[in-house]
Design a protein around this ligand. Structure first.
Ligand SMILES: [Zn+2]
Length: 468
């Protein structure tokens, strides 16, 4: 009897003494997997979510999240800008993990090593078919190919060399295979199929920018059919990037093709950003002969030079194309953007890159824009669906069981935002503007945004590798 009392006493003491590292109190906790949407206290210890409770919890430090949403940090599958400048803008937009999945990298290990211990948010990349091909052909481009990798078909030895680089990248922990067929149009149908076979053999996903776009063949639908056929034949998982900028007015048909394949047990997914313009390098193959038709019949004045914000003419197009640099392509109808935003299965991904404050506003504003414009103002989708498209679905795509969820045991990647106020501020003229209404962001248990301010000298971001 005495011993039992003593044991109960000890238990009571232990329970009342439970003190967590951080408590986020009184917030509206939303978990897009379990559909929890209720006022809860969330406790974090050791970089993980340790408790979610209706009862008060005690933390060494606490914030009051009354009136704010507390949910899993956003996972951006498509972020080309992978520098401290970019990570700051991502964090202020609620992104806790930013991944370079489309173009990818090669070689993989040095890319991770350059960021490990120095990054505000989590990062990662695929093994990239584009950079592998650029190396094999000694292309003169830096980020995207400009000459030999664009125009040269691969012979058997060169194809083997490309595949070897991809294999090595996967061995080093790359998160999948990235591919941008439109940037390397000389890559034959067979070369692309061999890459899908490799993805299937390694049980990993291919993230692909399709071979062509727009309504005129070769266009968006036949390009989609190429990769759907390759993926189905090889047995590989497929993720099609930025569906709206590729398919334009054919987006509804393309979504039907992707979704109905998914219903036949084929692992096909897609993503979109909430803007009516894309952006890429004017020197790339995207602007070879026939670019107007491939972009739905646009013309020079629909192109906007990122460095100055000016609209192009035939003369400035020719001059800047020789020089190379980022250009916005105003080609996507608003109603098409809205269809992709409203679709509960289309993930949100930014395709963002900022370079010394220049670029596309999507780098800084994608997530706040979905929450402000499409959820709050236009009611195009529910808040729960939006959060699912921003965190849980990308985590599923990546097989990350401890991310994209607000659950006990999940990594403490958390965003706290004001659903009545969250909004994007970045514009095409001035893209380097932080989103507003996102006062707190945590990465692996460390605040990277607090009181609406980026925290200096914190580097809690980790490199995500496959199989970890
Ligand atoms: Zn792309």
């Amino acid at each position: 009897m005495g011993r039992l009392l003593l044991a109960l006493c000890a238990l009571g003491v232990a329970a009342s003494a439970q003190q967590y590292d951080v408590v986020i109190a009184n917030g509206r906790a939303i978990d897009p997997e379990t559909k929890l949407d209720a006022i809860r206290n969330v406790a974090i210890s050791g970089g993980r979510i340790a408790a979610i409770s209706e009862a008060p919890l005690e933390g060494k430090t606490e914030i009051d999240a009354h009136g704010l949403v507390v949910t899993a940090g956003f996972i951006d599958l498509h972020q080309h800008g992978q520098t401290p400048e970019n990570y700051g803008f991502k964090a202020r937009d609620g992104v806790t993990t930013a991944l370079e999945m489309e173009v990818g990298v090669s070689p993989v290990n040095p890319w991770y090593a350059a960021r490990e211990g120095k990054s505000l948010i989590n990062f990662g990349a695929t093994a990239g078919h584009i950079p592998a091909r650029m190396q094999v052909f000694h292309d003169s481009g830096t980020f995207l190919p400009r000459d030999t990798a664009v125009h040269s078909p691969a012979d058997a030895g060169q194809l083997a060399a490309i595949l070897t680089r991809l294999r090595e990248g996967l061995d080093e922990g790359a998160l999948g295979i990235g591919m941008g067929i439109a940037y390397v149009p000389a890559a034959t149908r067979e070369e692309i199929f061999r890459v899908f076979q490799l993805a299937a053999a390694r049980k990993t996903t291919i993230y692909v920018h399709l071979r062509s776009s727009g309504p005129v063949e070769p266009g968006g639908i036949d390009a989609l059919q190429e990769v759907l056929a390759d993926a189905a034949s090889a047995g590989a998982s497929l993720h099609v990037v930025h569906i709206t900028s590729t398919e334009l007015r054919q987006t509804p048909a393309a979504l039907e093709m992707i979704h109905s394949a998914a219903r036949h047990n084929l692992d096909f997914t897609t993503e979109a950003y909430p803007y009516t313009a894309g952006m890429t390098d004017l020197a790339s193959a995207i602007f070879s002969e026939g670019w107007q038709a491939r972009n739905g019949g646009i013309d020079f004045h629909d192109l906007q030079w990122a460095a100055t914000g000016e609209r192009l003419t035939a003369e400035s197009f020719a001059r800047y194309r020789r020089e190379g640099g980022m250009v916005a392509i105003h080609s996507i109808p608003e109603e098409i953007v809205r269809i992709a935003m409203a679709d509960p299965e289309v993930m949100i991904a930014s395709d963002g890159i900022l370079d010394h404050g220049k670029g596309h506003p999507r780098a800084a504003g994608t997530y706040a824009r979905v929450l402000g414009k499409y959820v709050r103002e236009e009611h195009a989708l529910s808040l729960m669906d939006a959060l699912r498209k921003m965190s849980y679905l990308p985590a599923q795509c990546l097989n990350l069981s401890t991310k994209g969820r607000l659950q006990v045991g999940s990594d403490a990647d958390i965003v706290v935002f004001d659903p009545g106020r969250v909004t994007d501020r970045a514009t095409f003229e001035n893209p380097a503007q932080y989103s507003e209404g996102i006062p707190y962001v945590m990465v692996n248990g460390v605040w990277v945004v607090k009181g609406g301010q980026l925290q200096p000298n914190v580097f809690p971001g980790r490199g995500l590798r496959r199989g970890q």
